[in-house]
Write a protein that binds this ligand. Structure first.
Ligand code: NAI
Length: 339
């Protein structure tokens, strides 16, 4: 079978990483085209096949007949329309999270995907491809902790004193849609896809006042009530002093599992007159380097018909639905129903 011909749209912070992974650690694919409105990004795109095609215009990019699949790493408000356009142009689609910032757009994408059942449509919930999270899920399915009923999960970035991330804030959907959407997806995945009924959220600004006019916070806390007494407790932060500290605990009737505790960079622990300590990862990419690579490998394998897509668009819709309810609760200060 010929290699899958992939085009990438968006070559910013994460797009460059996906391009590198596609080019250097994914079998059976060629990165043949790139799209960005920024010429310098196109000129410096990593890993593109010699003679690759460069597009400033997205519509021209998806009309390229020599692209089989597209990887969309563009700003969040563009995800839904670009996914729909690419599916209609006959491409397999990988799109970064969140799928959209409203449920109606998610459902429109789902409807178009149903009209193109032979094409893959996958959303970037990268943590599902992390080996530790995969092991945890398998253990839970095998009954290791009895019946799981609580997930406590956090996504916490190291503080960026420059506040550069504030420029993403107007388009990210806020801290819960941007960060906690991963924990929401994990909670559903680890707890067996229960239906969320009600949420409560609060937040605070510890450092970055620039978020206040946007109605956003730099530390957010949320409780999700799922059907059947199942609960999730979520924390998201932009202000950690020690590094990128993303971890999850799953509590069951016969035990619990902890995934990614203490943000350890490696297995080295130093014990000296100052105490016992280890180095920590600095950002999401360092923590999930292997998962990002496995995610692209899974996408390419699914497009080639070698494995099923394990992540459905409806999972992405549910993550958006719950994230939006949490965001409403942050603003209203009241518990909010999930609808
Ligand atoms: P970024 O702003 O660094 O990059 C966005 C890129 O899209 C830039 O290259 C920009 O030139 C390009 N772009 C803008 N308009 C475009 C258009 N009409 N057509 C094609 N390209 C266009 O943003 P970043 O941080 O790379 O985030 C991109 C997406 O990835 C966001 O949706 C974000 O939520 C998601 N993301 C996911 C992460 C994860 O853990 N899975 C981590 C970081 C980001």
């Amino acid at each position: 079978m010929k290699p899958l011909r992939v085009g990438i749209a968006g070559l910013g912070r994460l797009g460059r990483r996906h391009a590198e992974n596609l080019a250097f650690s994914t079998r059976d694919c060629l990165l043949v085209a790139a799209c960005s409105p920024v010429q310098a990004e196109l000129d410096n795109a990593p890993g593109l096949h010699p003679g690759y095609r460069r597009y400033a215009d997205f519509d021209a990019f998806i009309r390229d007949d020599e692209i089989d699949a597209v990887v969309l790493v563009t700003p969040t408000p563009l995800h839904a329309e670009q996914t729909i356009a690419a599916l209609r142009a006959g491409k397999h689609v990988f799109v970064e999270k969140p799928l959209a910032l409203n449920v109606a757009d998610c459902e429109r994408v789902e409807a178009v995907a149903r009209e193109h059942p032979k094409q893959v449509a996958m959303v970037g919930f990268v943590r599902r491809f992390d080996p530790s999270y995969e092991t945890a899920r398998r253990s839970i399915a095998e009954g290791a902790i009895g019946r799981p009923f609580v997930v406590r999960s956090q996504t916490c970035d190291m503080n960026d004193a420059s506040g550069a991330f504030i420029r993403f804030a107007p388009t990210s959907g806020g801290i819960f849609m941007d960060c906690s959407v991963h924990d929401i997806d994990l909670a559903r995945w680890l707890l067996g896809q229960p239906r969320a009924e009600r949420v409560f959220a609060t937040g605070t600004i510890a450092i970055h006042e620039g978020l206040r006019p946007l109605g956003d916070v730099d530390n957010g806390f949320a409780l999700v009530e799922f059907e059947g007494g199942v609960r999730a407790v979520l924390y998201a932060s932009r202000t950690q002093a020690h590094g990128h500290d993303t971890h999850t605990e799953v509590i069951g009737t016969a035990g619990s599992l902890r995934i990614g505790q203490d943000a350890a960079r490696d297995r080295v622990v130093t014990c000296d007159a100052n105490g016992v300590r280890h180095q920590v990862v600095v950002d999401f990419f360092e923590r999930f380097r292997e998962a990002f690579s496995r995610e692209m490998q899974a996408f390419v394998a699914s497009c080639r018909g070698e494995q099923p897509v394990t992540l459905s668009l409806s999972d992405a819709t549910e993550a958006t639905r719950i994230g939006l309810a949490i965001t409403r609760s942050l603003k209203s200060g009241q518990p909010e129903a999930v609808w």
